[in-house]
Design a protein around this ligand. Structure first.
Ligand code: ZN
Ligand code: ZN
Ligand code: ZN
Length: 170
């Protein structure tokens, strides 16, 4: 049972100290998000928090079904609707990021709380975050050129990751 759930979430090469901090931070934010919604701390929720903490540690992106199947394989009784609703709530609370893949589908990822963007591998769908960004002034300038007042932005960069390149991807 355990192995089956593990295979769905590829094990990380390395678990860094930064990953551990990110996971602790994520657990706090996930718990806060659920607490704010004044929902009872039920067993499925507890299991979900644990799984998401693990995913925060590995930085792995996942689909609703990946998460649901993983939870079910490890713990049995958990409804898809519960998982689906929880994900929606966590996206709204900005605990989870929704990342568009190159094929138009999407994955979720537990990232750090600070401003960042995503790199997406078009071969394996690995998602990595990065901090670089244009200045607020540059965005204002771009907006002004087109008659827009800029309020927010998203940036996703697509390419081939080092792992896929090594295994012969293009
Ligand atoms: Zn992110
Ligand atoms: Zn890749
Ligand atoms: Zn930015």
């Amino acid at each position: 049972m355990k192995n089956e759930s593990r295979s769905r979430f590829r094990s990380p090469r390395q678990i860094s100290a930064e990953g551990d901090n990110q996971a602790l931070d994520a657990v706090r934010r996930i718990e806060n998000a659920f607490f704010d919604l004044s929902r009872p701390n039920t067993a499925p929720r507890r299991i979900l928090v644990e799984k998401l903490a693990e995913l925060a540690r590995t930085g792995e992106a996942f689909s609703t079904d990946d998460l649901w199947q993983g939870l079910r394989a490890a713990h049995g009784r958990i409804g898809r609707a519960t998982v689906f609703r929880s994900i929606e709530q966590l996206v709204e609370s900005k605990v989870l990021d929704r990342v568009e893949l190159s094929d138009g589908s999407h994955r979720y990822r537990v990232c750090g709380g600070s401003h960042h963007h995503h790199l997406v591998c078009t071969m394996c769908n690995r998602v990595v975050d990065f901090r670089e960004c244009l200045s607020a002034r540059k965005f204002e300038e771009i907006g002004r050129q087109h008659g827009f007042t800029v309020k927010d932005h998203k940036l996703t960069v697509y390419g081939t990751c080092d792992r896929c390149l090594k295994s012969g991807g293009k």
